[in-house]
Design a protein around this ligand. Structure first.
Ligand code: FES
Length: 162
C-alpha cells in the first residue's frame, strides 16, 4: 500500500482540488501533472509522491512521465526564463559565446537556475527564426541578432546580477 508523505516541504492542500477534479478520468496523469506545475511552477517531489498515492500509480510511472516530457520541470524555475537557441544556424552565429557570457554574468549553467532564483537558462534547438540568428527568448519575447553585450544589456533591464 502506498502512503502519503508525512512531512511536506510545500503546501499540498491545493492538490486536493486538482486530484478530485481529475480522478478516475482516462489519461488523468498528464493533466494532473500540468495543473500541479501551474500551481507550483514546477513539480515538487512531495506533489509527485502524493499524485502516485492518490492515483494508485507507481512512483516510477509518475516520475517516468514527468521526466519524459520537456514541458515538465522537476526543479524550481527562476523569475525570468532565458532560452538561447543552439540550433545549427544560431550555433554558427555564436550561441556558445552567449551562453558563456550569461553564465559568467549571472552564475548560471545551461539547464539550471541561478542560486538567487532570478534566472533560468535553457538551451533550445531552433525556434523557427533562423534568419535572425542567433536567437534569445527572454520571458517569451523573441530577440534576434544577439551579441553578448546586447544580450547582457537586455538582461540587465530586468534581471538582478547573480
Ligand atoms: S537555429 Fe536558432 S532559430 Fe533556427
Amino acid at each position: 500500500m502506498t502512503t502519503e508523505p508525512a512531512v511536506a516541504a510545500v503546501d499540498l492542500a491545493p492538490m486536493d482540488g486538482i486530484l478530485q477534479r481529475l480522478r478516475g478520468r482516462e489519461g488523468t496523469l498528464i493533466p494532473v501533472l500540468q495543473q500541479t506545475q501551474e500551481l507550483y511552477g514546477y513539480l515538487p517531489p512531495e506533489a509527485l509522491h502524493l499524485i502516485s498515492a492518490r492515483l494508485g500509480l507507481a512512483a516510477s510511472k509518475v516520475y517516468g512521465v514527468a521526466t519524459f516530457y520537456s514541458q515538465f520541470f522537476l526543479d524550481p524555475r527562476g523569475r525570468h526564463i532565458l532560452r538561447l537557441c543552439d540550433g545549427t544556424a544560431c550555433h554558427v552565429k555564436g550561441t556558445q559565446a552567449l551562453i558563456a557570457a550569461v553564465g559568467g554574468e549571472f552564475n548560471v549553467a545551461p539547464g539550471k537556475t541561478s542560486d538567487d532564483g532570478e534566472l533560468t537558462l535553457e538551451i533550445v534547438y531552433c525556434v523557427g527564426s533562423c534568419a535572425l540568428a542567433p536567437i534569445a527568448v527572454l520571458d517569451g519575447r523573441v530577440m534576434g541578432g544577439m551579441g553578448e553585450s546586447l544580450l547582457l544589456g537586455r538582461l540587465a533591464e530586468c534581471v538582478a546580477p547573480g
